[in-house]
Design a protein around this ligand. Structure first.
Ligand code: GTP
Ligand code: NA
Ligand code: MG
Length: 303
């Protein structure tokens, strides 16, 4: 069962903050790849998820990162990101300061009772004032350790790669001090769909985060009112993998329709069961929508 055989799993870290404060650039520097350059206009429009290997005191450690968009239109994604995460890294540009989506991200993390690490970014820029960020954030209950509080602030430059190790260390220290990160890998997988879309060649593609159990190619899966059989799984390097253990983000190909972002998923014994669960949920959603429509029509009648 779920309580048995709990094993250590990597922390899941969601990177949030105001638009253009450097979230994607930071993850790019951490991964040393070029996702950032490949983004249309440099605006993140979906949730990306990556697992990286790092080391603390010579011990190799995995960290799962979820990137979120800072644009104001993406409030729901920040809320979902905060729900799926163990730790929130709030990125604040030191030359720009605390902005509306910085505050919103902090609110989501605090509402989800998720520990916060503040990455004060762009310290290479003229006009950068990392101390001012610390002052501003006291207003939101985030008091830096050096001022007697318990929030870790780490000054970085994602562009120049300054102090990235310091940030990774702060994340791992937070994980070790504040969290009990364990899950049972020996059960049918459960987790959450963090992003999903229809791909021209591959059909519905869902990025899922495994939270418990192990997801395998061949599994019957249901997410919200979508279901299917896991035909392929690919990792952040677009390489095929056959199984995904807890905290692993992975792209799943094989759903017959596109799951909703934020939907929880589970693996069931048989394809038939997956289909039945999905169809029951779809019927319930349709009924709710129709009830909503009827209510709207009758309200219009009253006007
Ligand atoms: P959204 O996804 O749109 O919310 O933006 P983001 O927070 O992911 O910001 P992004 O990584 O796209 O960076 C925005 C701009 O700031 C880019 O031009 C980056 O190259 C630049 N940038 C990011 N980090 C730094 C930094 O440490 N120093 C400097 N000088 N520029 C940076
Ligand atoms: Na951007
Ligand atoms: Mg981005």
């Amino acid at each position: 069962g779920d309580e048995d055989d709990l094993q250590a799993r990597p922390p899941v870290v969601t990177v949030m903050g105001h638009v253009d404060h450097g979230k994607t650039r930071l993850l790019d520097t951490i991964r040393k790849t070029t996702v950032h350059e490949g983004e249309a206009g440099g605006i993140t429009q979906h949730i990306g998820a990556y697992q990286v290997a790092t080391s603390l005191e010579d011990r190799e450690r995995l960290i799962t990162f979820i990137d979120t968009p800072g644009h104001e239109a993406f409030t729901a994604m920040r809320a979902r990101g905060a729900q799926a995460t163990d730790i929130a890294v709030i990125v604040v540009a030191a030359d720009d300061g605390v902005m509306p989506q910085t505050v919103e991200a902090i609110n989501h993390a605090q509402a989800a009772a998720v520990p916060i690490v503040v990455a004060v970014n762009k310290i290479d820029k003229e006009g950068a004032n990392p101390q001012k960020i610390r002052q501003q954030l006291t207003e939101y209950g985030l008091v830096a350790e050096e001022y007697g509080g318990d929030t870790m602030f780490v000054d970085i430059s994602a562009k120049q790669g300054t102090n990235i190790e310091g940030l990774l260390e702060a994340i791992l220290l937070t994980a070790d001090a504040a969290l009990d990160l364990r899950a049972n890998p020996d059960m049918e997988a459960q987790g959450v769909a963090i992003e999903a879309h229809l791909d021209r060649g591959r059909g519905p593609v869902a990025t899922v985060l495994v939270q418990r159990g192990t997801l395998r190619v061949g599994d019957s899966i249901v997410a919200g009112d979508a279901y299917g059989r896991v035909r392929r799984m690919v990792d952040e390097f677009n390489e095929d993998i056959l199984e995904a253990t807890p905290s692993r983000p992975v792209q799943v190909i094989g759903f017959t329709s596109v799951p909703g972002a934020g939907d929880t998923f589970l693996v069931v014994e048989e394809d038939r069961t997956a289909r039945q669960i999905a169809e029951r949920r779809a019927a319930r959603n349709r009924a709710a929508q129709n009830a909503q429509k009827r209510k709207r029509i009758s309200l219009e009648d009253l006007d």
